[in-house]
Write a new protein. Structure first.
Lengths: 104, 543
């Protein structure tokens, strides 16, 4: 790697629009990851350590345990949907950075 | 003669055989078509990077949903109710890690393998050597599980075909797909399989609901009151009740912790499975990699929701006492026997053929990712310092490796035919989560990360997950079936709870205790720019 080449990457990396893009991504990805991990691990923790609560019937025979497990599928799809919506914005921001440096 | 043929054709095994042969014929045509179309490394290893988002989504599903999911989870729910469904949940939620953290940077930075991403900032040779070792380990464990499963399944479904013939047949087919058709053929085998698996599961689910007059109330009422003979006594059990398999009462108190440990391995392991990661190199850009994860999540999610109907359907309509083969309970047969009860021998045959297709697509994906890693990471980059001596040498090496991988797998599957395979898949996920994922994540996010940290993380994650499994109740025990006699030294069947933190810790300490690496830190800037903008990413081939 030549020093010139690295300077070129440094230049883009220091660009305020690029910094804003990284910050924007971190602001979504960090809390979203924390949220889905907590939501997911709540299931085995509650099933393992609060079985009485999870056996509570809600709808006919359907209990909290089953509904909570089923809700995980919708949670995953919804988080993925929010991610895709945010990512479309990031695509535009990244394109703007590349255009500024004549890379597109 | 005529009556003899007729009598044979009436046996359910024969209808299954014909359906299986039809699938094999279709996949061989696809392989022939792929072999004619493609030449060059990017065509062979990455299908020319021209697979579309929905195609790759289906292929990821086909690569991922193994026979262990289709037959194993349905069986677990049929015998243990709700606890089996816990598995289903983890297999989908795991894709959020893939989507949010791994897929796009991987596509933007790498070329053919997971190690491309790790070697980008670090000294390539030690990192690639370790990553290749870890890839081959994960693929081998996963492969043996699939092949032994295939052999056992065929023995049950086609009584005329022996275990050895089944394993050799599966092995030869996967070798043909990968050696001649490369990634393009593998992709289409996986797509066809995903469509078959989804159709088969949907059909069974609809038939289960029609059995209950399409009333969810009736269905769940039946699940809550499953009446069957257990150990000679007539019992009524609520199959929606958690804890029948993993509850503290039935597992000496360790069950709940084991389920959490398993969840960790699934949620962090999927994003470290080499055969899933290579799929992101087959699409034109990071945006398509993203859309392919979304397609995969729709397909995989719908499939695992349907395990409710397959598993609880078998529990209620058949009841566990009737899921038997040769007088013994057999949880792998829940889905095929449910199909027989609801749709006769034709549906039994179709579901059996779907199970074969499922195994073939997964083993083809494993073979190509293992041989790509050996050829690209080990042969070209570790041994030959990135220089190819002849054009297309890397592809040739990969084809030879695929052949060798296939032959070794056939040999091991025949040697290990009595092994309990359930823990092998868990082990593959545990190694992927403990060795691969920590190093991938730290490479993406941590500037100070260096070569020593990457090698330490890979090595400790790999060794600790294998060592913990060897001394766990999956391998050690005091009954005659145990591989090693003795009281297990580690109480959990799933090592993730301990080995994943160890993998992270070793990677972080390895980096902090060794000197800073100016090159790895300087390259971090380039990594961030490329990873987040796609600048300089590998392009799709013109044709």
């Amino acid at each position: 790697m030549s020093p010139g080449e690295n300077a070129h990457w440094e230049q883009i990396a220091r660009d305020p629009d690029f910094r804003a893009l990284l910050l924007d991504k971190a602001k979504f990805v960090a809390p979203a990851t924390a949220f889905f991990l907590v939501y997911y691990f709540a299931l085995p923790v509650l099933v393992g350590y609060a079985p009485r609560l999870m056996e509570t019937r809600v709808l006919g025979e359907v209990n909290v345990a089953y509904l909570f497990a089923l809700s995980q599928f919708f949670m995953a799809w919804i988080v993925a949907g929010f991610y895709v919506r945010a990512a479309l914005r990031w695509d535009r921001e990244a394109l703007r950075v590349l255009e500024k440096f004549g890379k597109h | 003669m005529h009556t003899l043929l007729f009598a044979q054709a009436k046996a359910p095994g024969h209808v299954a055989l014909w359906m299986f042969l039809a699938f094999v014929a279709a996949t061989l045509v696809v392989t022939w078509w792929s072999a004619r179309r493609s030449s060059g490394a990017s065509a062979y290893f990455a299908a020319g990077r021209r697979i579309t988002g929905w195609q790759n989504g289906l292929a990821i599903g086909g690569d991922y949903m193994s026979a262990a999911s289709f037959l194993g989870i349905a069986g677990m729910i049929a015998f243990s109710g709700y606890d089996g469904f816990l598995y289903s949940v983890g297999f989908l939620v795991a894709y959020l890690t893939v989507l949010l953290i791994v897929a796009e940077p991987l596509r933007n930075i790498g070329k053919f393998t997971m190690a491309d991403v790790l070697a980008f900032r670090m000294s390539p040779r030690p990192v690639r050597a370790m990553a290749s070792l870890s890839t081959l380990t994960v693929s081998t464990f996963y492969m043996i599980a699939q092949m032994v499963g295939a052999g056992a399944l065929v023995k049950l479904l086609l009584p005329g075909v022996s275990y050895e013939v089944a394993v050799i047949g599966v092995g030869v087919l996967m070798i043909i797909y990968v050696v001649f058709g490369g990634m393009l053929a593998t992709t289409w085998v996986q797509i066809i399989k995903a469509v078959l698996l989804m159709s088969g599961s949907l059909l069974l689910s609809i038939l289960v609901m029609s059995h209950f007059g399409f009333s969810f109330a009736k269905f769940f009422d039946a699940i809550a009151h499953v009446t069957y003979h257990k150990d000679g006594a007539l019992v009524t059990q609520n199959f929606l009740q958690p804890g029948l398999k993993f509850g503290a009462a039935v597992t000496h108190g360790w069950g709940p912790l084991d389920v959490i440990s398993l969840g960790l391995a699934l949620v962090f392991g999927t994003a470290g499975l080499p055969h899933i990661l290579v799929r992101f190199y087959t699409v034109p850009d990071a945006r398509t990699a993203r859309s392919s994860v979304v397609w995969a999540m729709i397909i995989i999610g719908l499939f695992y929701i349907m395990t409710t109907f397959l598993g609880f359907g078998a529990a209620t309509i058949l009841t566990p006492e009737h899921i038997v083969v040769g007088g013994k309970p057999n949880d792998n047969m829940a889905a095929p026997l449910l199909a027989e009860a609801l749709g006769g021998e034709l549906l039994f045959a179709f579901i059996s053929a779907v199970a074969f297709a499922t195994i073939l697509a997964v083993v083809a994906g494993l073979t190509i990712s293992a041989s790509t890693s050996f050829a690209h990471d080990f042969w070209t980059n570790v041994i030959h310092h990135t220089r190819e001596h002849r054009p297309d040498e890397e592809v040739l090496v990969a084809r030879v490796t695929a052949f060798v991988v296939g032959a070794i797998s056939i040999f091991l599957a025949i040697k290990l035919q009595t092994i309990n395979v359930a823990f092998l898949v868990g082990l593959a996920f545990a190694v992927a989560a403990s060795a691969n994922l920590p190093v991938i994540v730290l490479s993406i996010f941590w500037k100070r990360f260096n070569t020593a940290g990457a090698v330490a993380g890979l090595a400790v994650g790999l060794v600790s997950s294998i060592a913990l499994i060897v001394v766990s109740p999956s391998v050690m025990g005091t009954d005659a079936k145990a591989l090693i006699q003795g009281v297990p030294l580690f109480p959990l069947k799933n090592p993730g709870l301990v080995s994943i933190p160890l993998g992270f810790l070793a990677a972080i300490l390895g980096a902090l205790l060794t000197r800073e690496e100016p090159k790895a830190e300087a390259k971090f800037t380039e990594f961030q720019v490329r990873g987040n903008t796609g600048l300089g990413a590998e392009k799709a081939s013109a044709h």
